[in-house]
Write a protein that binds this ligand. Structure first.
Ligand SMILES: NC(=O)C1=CN([C@@H]2O[C@H](COP(=O)(O)OP(=O)(O)OC[C@H]3O[C@@H](n4cnc5c(N)ncnc54)[C@H](OP(=O)(O)O)[C@@H]3O)[C@@H](O)[C@H]2O)C=CC1
Ligand SMILES: O=C1O[C@H](COP(=O)(O)O)[C@@H](O)[C@H](O)[C@H]1O
Length: 601
């Protein structure tokens, strides 16, 4: 939802560290925090500051050709603005220059603070695959603060050199082909260290604390812990990290990975346990789908284009579809997956978060709490999911072109008689004035025919359409559909009816197409980069608040329990297929046809 394009970052924190690059390009956060900090101050100051900043909540500039750009050097621009304000206004407002700079994201003690990032579970899959590469990409882009250190923490015995070796071998990321990548990587690796310890040992975390202090060198220390460990050891690790390795002077934040429990009760218990050691503000519950470019763009699309928002309701929208598919199975993660299943793994979090962003009312501002308040409201307006509105499936072995793909239960870590769903489709409803009666259909599955995540918005028929005769009998096929393809090949396209050029009157379906790879030359950052940076900056918009989590679980918990109590047998579908036909019957019950059936560009 940050209004800024994914510009080069060269960011600095809203309250912790200085611009890390002299060119000073940065994300909009500083100014978002700036304006929110300012808006808590006296009205005249707000007015003057907002005017001098172009009355904008971000440093976005809309160019004449429609492109969005940041000012050439926002840091210098901001310095100049502050200078003007100092000259003209501060003496009368009572705001000190230091306060103003701090609110604007400048670190008043710029050489005094440091950020230590500890990846707890550094030997694991997620750390190697996502966290270290994202940290390196942030470093490469100049987004990490001047004084930063990365620590890996896990039980495995490793030296610093071994950690660096492990990290460098797995540092495959979007930066690989860029200029000076090797040099930057060497510099980055010099800032990476390792500490071996148990997750439940105060003593081992105290030893980590000692090492962190050495690296912090007496500066104000800010500490970020990323819990990349199985959920059963979250609390032990949080307890030890918070009591033995919290920052003495700066902030301490903890990123918690999903799963956040497996139902309402266990999630509430996890929240309660976390809050014994941390305040809600310190907890950053990550849902990496919120860090995806097109998910972040959803609000921009909706709230900054006049043509969409007026259509965003039951009056014009017939149904909304949230579709996730992967063309591979649970390979390697069967043990985890069997305890959760696809509804918990994808629907209750990733797809529901997208739904909430899609359907929420306009927030008061782009501040994290305003956005999260709206998301909670929409989640709480939703009808609890009923068993009859759910279809579940499980993939079975399939041989194609001489290659045999294993079934879900062929995985050695999965019980042979497992009925855990690897596919689910569900119909959800929001009982509020905007969305009354509009089906929100979700579909998520593993081992399907393709890998894709998309949002499809099917609009109503044109009443009394003059061209009905030219359209044919299938009116559904002729209605407008807006597709937001989250991945791969990020795109936004709108299906319209169009006259086929020629002397006759024949209509076809064509796309108004915004394909990111042709429109933007910049590569899209990985979701983990955005989210890590946000956590470092203390920006919470893209993290899940505990009341959001409660509301999300209460929608799914009853049906999950029922499925498990009844041991409902899933519909089996071949590996690599389009999934169970039951999904089509479910959609048909609500007069919906899945939009992803045809061959699409
Ligand atoms: N991998 C992924 O793609 C995704 C993972 N997640 C979540 O992120 C977190 C980390 O995932 P991932 O890296 O796959 O997890 P791993 O299973 O790889 O575990 C991470 C590390 O935790 C330690 N560990 C593993 N099992 C235990 C155990 N039973 N007791 C104590 N320590 C253990 C191991 O380190 P050591 O033995 O060295 O201590 C391991 O390297 C999990 O919460 C997962 O649900 C979320 C989304 C995607
Ligand atoms: O959270 C999860 O997400 C991944 C899919 O993430 P993506 O960014 O690659 O689309 C999924 O494979 C995994 O099962 C789930 O736990």
């Amino acid at each position: 939802m940050a209004a800024l394009s994914s510009a080069q970052c060269h960011s600095y924190s809203s309250n912790s560290y200085p611009p890390s690059s002299s060119n000073g390009q940065r994300r909009s956060h500083g100014l978002l925090s700036f304006s929110s900090a300012i808006s808590r101050r006296s009205p005249p100051a707000v007015l003057c500051l907002q005017q001098s900043l172009g009355n904008s909540r971000s440093n976005v500039v809309l160019m004449q050709d429609g492109a969005v750009a940041t000012p050439v050097n926002p840091a210098q621009k901001k310095e100049a603005t502050i200078k003007k304000l100092e000259d003209g206004l501060l003496s009368s407002s009572g705001i000190s220059s230091e306060e103003l700079k701090e609110a604007a994201g400048f670190d008043v003690n710029e050489n005094e603070s440091s950020v230590s990032i500890t990846v707890v579970g550094a030997s694991g899959d997620l750390a190697k695959k996502k966290i270290f590469p994202a940290l390196f990409a942030l470093y490469y882009e100049g987004c990490l603060p001047k004084h930063f250190t990365v620590f890996g923490y896990a039980r495995s015995k490793m030296t610093d050199a071994e950690l660096r070796d492990m990290v460098s071998k797995t540092l495959t990321c979007r930066i690989d082909q860029r200029e000076n990548c090797g040099e930057k990587m060497d510099q980055f690796l010099k800032r990476c260290f390792y500490h071996s310890g148990q997750y439940d040992s105060q003593e081992h975390f105290a030893a980590l604390d000692k090492k962190l202090k050495e690296h912090e060198g007496g500066r104000v220390s800010n500490r970020l812990f990323y819990l990349s460990i199985p959920p059963n050891i979250f609390i032990d690790a949080v307890k030890c990290a918070s009591s033995s390795a919290s920052a003495a002077s700066g902030w301490t934040r903890v990123i918690v990975e999903k799963p956040f429990g497996r139902d309402s009760e266990s999630s509430a218990a996890l929240t309660k346990a976390l809050k014994q050691y941390l305040t809600e503000d310190q907890i950053f519950r990550i849902d990496h789908y919120l860090g995806k470019e097109l998910v972040e763009n959803l609000s921009v699309l909706r709230f900054s284009n006049l043509i969409f928002e007026p259509l965003w309701s039951r009056q014009y929208i017939r149904n909304v579809q949230l579709i996730f598919s992967e063309d591979f199975g649970t390979e390697g993660r069967g043990g985890y997956f069997d305890n959760y299943g696809i509804i918990r793994d994808i629907m209750q979090n990733h797809l529901l978060q997208i739904l909430a962003l899609f359907a929420m009312e306009t927030p008061v501002s782009l501040d994290a709490e305003d956005i999260r308040n709206e998301k909670v409201k929409v989640l709480r307006s939703m009808r609890t999911l009923r068993l009859e509105d759910v279809v579940i499936g499980q993939y079975k072995s399939h041989t194609r072109g001489g290659v045999t793909h294993p079934g879900y239960t062929d995985d050695k870590t999965v019980p042979k008689d497992s009925v855990t769903p690897t596919f689910a489709a569900a119909a959800l409803f929001i009982d509020n004035a905007r969305w009354d009666g509009v089906p929100f259909l979700m579909k998520a599955g593993k081992a399907l025919h393709n890998r894709r995540a998309e949002i499809r918005v099917q609009f109503r028929h044109v009443p009394g359409n003059l061209y009905n005769r030219n359209i044919g009998t299938d009116l559904d096929q002729a209605t407008n559909e807006l597709v937001i393809r989250v991945q791969p090949d990020e795109a936004i396209y709108l299906k319209i009816n169009n006259k086929v050029p020629g002397l006759g009157m024949r209509l076809d379906r064509s796309n108004l197409n915004l394909l990111y790879s042709t429109r933007y030359s910049k590569e899209i950052p990985d979701a983990y980069e955005r989210l890590l940076l946000d956590a470092i900056e203390g920006e919470r918009r893209l993290f899940i608040r505990s009341d959001e989590l409660d509301a999300a679980w209460s929608l799914f918990t009853p049906v999950l329990k029922e499925l498990e109590e009844k041991r409902t047998i899933p519909e089996y579908y071949p590996y690599g297929s389009r999934g169970p036909v039951g999904a089509h019957y479910l959609a048909a019950r609500y007069k919906v046809r899945w939009g992803d059936l045809g061959i699409e560009q």
